[in-house]
Write a protein that binds this ligand. Structure first.
Ligand SMILES: Cc1ncc(COP(=O)(O)O)c(C=O)c1O
Length: 384
């Protein structure tokens, strides 16, 4: 029977990252480095805070935009790390970054509208626009020598009268590219002038290796600019399975977001939000340890891959991903499937990330150096 499913939904493609993950699922001894999460469990002090809140009965519906204690902690977090004052009414706790993205699209994109996105880009992002009936226009980063660079003229030239959103993740997934503050400023000004949204996805902004934090759109946006900053507890505090994130929105939007939150999730889980307060207030040592561990891991994989004859590695400034090309291998999806079967290493195919991704593989290096070293040993014969 033909079920009455909307055409936009029928046309959604399966994520090729998930496809490779499925191929590897249950394969004994597989080293899966194709998925976007680290191997460390959430720190105990964070889990304990959730446990205590549960036992204390924090199990009821709560504030749509999140418990006041968490909004308060988030305001302090933005002040401490980026020196910005964010009014309480601009903060909304969401069911992780994905839900924040979906809410942003519900606000911004309708049938026939378009979103201009810096690519390669995580496929879930373009799916959110497509679900709304929008078109996604990708503007690929250039990769010159060993680094990624955005041509702002190309980004702006891709916008037309139906553009409602410019999206950029900085630090980027899958590239680890960091958008310079001057470029962020130029995009904010462009969006202000055109009255279109800038969605600044900053979920990796603490996983950066040459400075303390990545630049944020909040440093240059005025409180009433059409800028939505998407963030998450997933990566910074090793909480991918918790599904808690937040967004910072312009003044005047909170009633709209509250309504949408009501109709999407009816608000988040208060006991999880208590744990997020603990993450923010007591989590800095963990973040520092995670960054140090990832830095060592990045250096190891950059050096090992760089030493393989057919490999071209691009520099990773931030996030926990590295992108590389293998000479003579044009079909990254087929290559990723072959590596699962024959090398027993899972990597994400670059073609999953839209324009500019094909020909690359993405490796998530948030793992122990022992495991990464073993993965490199297994890959070497295939790339030499
Ligand atoms: C660029 C980017 N944005 C947003 C997210 C959403 O993460 P979550 O929904 O776990 O908060 C991810 C996750 O991989 C990501 O890579």
């Amino acid at each position: 029977m033909n079920l009455p499913i909307r055409q936009d939904i029928l046309e959604l493609e399966d994520s090729k990252i998930v496809d490779v993950w499925r191929r590897g699922f249950g394969k004994p001894g597989l080293i899966m480095l194709g998925v976007g999460e680290g191997d460390l469990p959430t720190p105990k002090f964070i889990a304990d805070a959730a446990h205590e809140a549960l036992l204390e009965g924090e199990t009821f519906y709560t504030y749509k935009r999140g418990i006041p204690a968490l909004r308060d902690a988030l305001a302090g977090y933005h002040k401490r790390h980026w020196g910005v004052d964010v009014a309480d009414e601009r903060i909304a706790v969401t069911s992780a970054g994905m839900n924040a993205m979906m809410l942003a699209m519900e606000i911004a994109v309708g049938d026939g509208d378009n979103m201009v996105a810096v690519s390669p880009v995580w496929p879930n992002i373009f799916a959110t626009a497509e679900i709304m009936g929008g078109e996604v226009r990708m503007v690929p980063l250039q990769n010159e020598a060993d680094h990624w660079r955005l041509d702002l003229d190309r980004l702006f030239a891709a916008c037309d009268g139906r553009t409602r959103v410019i999206y950029a993740a900085s630090p980027g997934n899958p590239t680890g590219w960091v958008m310079p503050l001057e470029q962020i400023q130029a995009v904010v000004e462009f969006c202000r002038k055109r009255n279109i949204w800038f969605i600044a996805d900053e979920v990796y902004n603490r996983l950066i290796y040459d400075r303390r934090v990545a630049p944020s759109a909040l440093e240059v946006a005025r409180p009433d600019d059409p800028v939505l900053v998407v963030n998450s507890f997933s990566k910074t505090w090793a909480m991918t399975g918790w599904r808690v994130g937040w967004m910072v929105m312009p003044l005047g939007l909170s009633h709209v977001i509250e309504r949408l939150l009501e109709y999407n999730t009816s608000g988040g889980q208060p006991f999880l939000q208590r744990a997020c307060v603990a993450a923010i207030e007591k989590g800095e040592d963990f973040v520092a340890e995670q960054v140090a561990r990832c830095r060592a891991a990045r250096d190891l994989v950059t050096q090992r891959l760089g030493g393989m004859r057919r490999v071209r590695v691009l520099r990773c400034e931030a996030s926990f991903y590295i992108m590389f090309q293998v000479e003579g291998e044009g079909d990254s999806h087929a290559l990723a499937l072959k590596l699962v079967d024959q090398a027993r290493v899972g990597l994400a195919p670059g073609s999953a990330f839209g324009t500019g991704g094909e020909g690359f593989l993405r490796l998530c290096f948030a793992a122990s150096t022992a495991r990464l070293g073993e993965a490199m040993d297994r890959l070497e014969p295939f790339f030499s």
